[in-house]
Structure formats: C-alpha cells, structure tokens
Design a binder for this molecule. Structure first.
Ligand code: 48H
Length: 259
C-alpha cells in the first residue's frame, strides 16, 4: 500500500530541511551552467559549503544545446584535463580540438558537483543581493522562477553567504542588479560599469576569459560568459574549455581568499 500523504510529506519535509540547512553557506553560485558547476565542485572539495540556485528546470545552461542544437561540444588542449577529471569522454578531432557529447558533459559535471557535496536548487532565481553596512555582497535574495515569470508581487527570501558568484551567462544578471541597486557601485572593470560582450573571436574570447574571471565587486565574483560580458571580452561560440577553466579559476581565487 502506497500512501500519497506520506509521499507528499516526504517531499515537503525533506525539501524544507535542505533549504534550512543551506540558509547560511560559504558560497552561493547563481546559475548552473558549465562554469558554475565546475566552480562548485572545486569549492566543495575545499570544504566550502556551496549551493547553486538555477533559474531553469534544467541544469547545464548553454552547454546542453551544443552548437546550434547539434549537441556536441568542443574543448581545447588546455581544458582536456578538466574533462578527464570529470570523467567525460572526449574524442580527438584534430590537434588541439576534442569533441564531447553535450548531454554527457552536463550530466557528469552535475553528478561530480553533487558528489563533492554541492546542493543545487533548480527553479529558483537570484533576483537581488544581500549587502552589509559597507555595501559588500554577503548573500543572495531568491524567489521561485515561476513567481518571476508570472510577475507576481510576492516578496523574496534571503540566503546568507561569505561570497556570491555570478555564473549567469551572457546576461550577467546578478552584476546588473548590483549596478542598478547599489548607489555608485564601481565594478572592477576598466569603466567601473559593465563593458558588454564583444562579437565572436574564439581565440581571444577564450584567452581573455581567464583575466575577466575575478572579484568584480566586493563579495561578488564573476565567471564564465558573465565574466566576458562584464569586462568586454569576446564571445567564443560552442567551445567550452574556457568555461571550465574559468569555473576552476574562480574557485581557486575564492579558496585562496577564504582559507
Ligand atoms: C539563477 C540564473 C539566473 C539567475 C541566469 O549561460 P550558461 O551556460 O553560463 P556559462 O557562463 O557557464 O556558460 C556559457 C556558455 O553556455 C555559453 O553560453 C557560451 C560558451 N557562449 C558563447 C557564445 O558565443 O554564445 O548558464 C547560465 C545559467 C543558466 O542555466 C541560466 O538559467 C542561469 O544561469 N541563470 N540562475 N538566477 N538570476 N540568470
């Protein structure tokens, strides 16, 4: 005999317990694309309590769709070791070009992050940041994506963290909120504002991404496509090595700062 009430109670109770357990963490990551997933695994392995809030139902961001829905991705030599570390199969296509299955890549990035101790909440959007009295970012203000989509007037709730990472992709949506809502916020970019992403150049875009991955505002870090969007880096199309390396780099910066 299966009891629907027990099934419902099991879900509600365990979910609420997970939320409560993660009210105060070391690192909150906004966005479960490739850069956020990679960053989360390394952070969790360094014993930093890490949670990801992902706006969508699906995990993986732009990686899931490969290039123009041909769901293979390309990675270059520099990032092959990260693919190996996550146990993602790669096939050499030509010197310095490897291909991998986009779905396998997302599945294994996700699975390894979870195995390392990361908690991922999907269907939740980071809509604002929490700030201390010096305007340093120290948490995320979140709401159900369905509330956001329906434009309902429902107040959000707040999760506290030692720092926040914006891996929301092209939109850099958390950094945009900071600029809009924190008076005279000056970003760690040439103009102090968002420079905007540049048109396609895979070679430059991938290289510059390691420089644009950084603490962009006190307590707020940026990695992945959001990093190039903030600092005026080129887009690079469906090559994902830079996203993996950027996730690894932001984790290293945070670990060094927090240890
Ligand atoms: C919670 C949010 C919010 C929010 C968005 O776009 P992503 O895949 O991000 P990256 O930077 O890890 O990877 C970029 C890559 O996919 C890509 O687009 C490339 C390489 N483009 C090159 C080119 O030339 O176009 O994932 C971001 C994730 C998504 O899942 C969003 O749903 C999620 O973040 N997200 N989650 N709160 N406010 N905003």
């Amino acid at each position: 005999m299966l009891d629907e009430t027990i099934i419902t109670q099991a879900i509600i109770e365990s979910y609420l317990n997970e939320l409560i357990k993660n009210l105060k963490v070391d690192v909150i990551i906004a966005g479960a694309g490739p850069s956020g997933l990679v960053a989360s695994k390394y952070l969790a392995e360094a014993n930093l309590k890490t949670v990801i809030f992902e706006r969508k139902l699906s995990i993986g961001g732009g990686m899931l769709g490969g290039g123009m829905m041909f769901n293979n991705i390309v990675v270059q030599d520099d990032a092959k070791r990260i693919m190996d570390e996550f146990n993602i199969k790669t096939q050499k296509y030509k010197e310095n070009y490897y291909i991998a299955d986009a779905i396998e890549s997302v599945a294994k990035l996700t699975s390894k992050a979870i195995d390392a101790g990361v908690k991922i909440f999907n269907l939740i959007s980071v809509e604002d940041v929490k700030i201390d009295s010096d305007f340093r970012v120290n948490g995320a203000v979140i709401n159900w994506t369905s509330v956001e989509m329906a434009k309902l007037h429902v107040d959000p709730m707040t999760f506290e963290s030692r720092c926040l990472v914006d891996t929301t992709g092209h939109d850099a949506s958390v950094v945009n909120v900071v600029l809009k809502k924190i008076p005279n916020a000056k970003l760690n970019t040439p103009s102090g504002k968002i420079e905007g992403e540049l048109s396609m150049n895979a070679e430059i875009g991938e290289k510059i991404l390691l420089e644009t991955t950084k603490e962009i505002y006190p307590g707020l870090y940026v990695a992945g496509m959001a990093a190039n969007a903030c600092s005026g880096g080129q887009r690079m199309g469906p090559i994902f090595g830079g996203m993996l390396l950027s996730g690894e780099k932001v984790a290293k910066i945070i670990i060094d700062k927090m240890k």
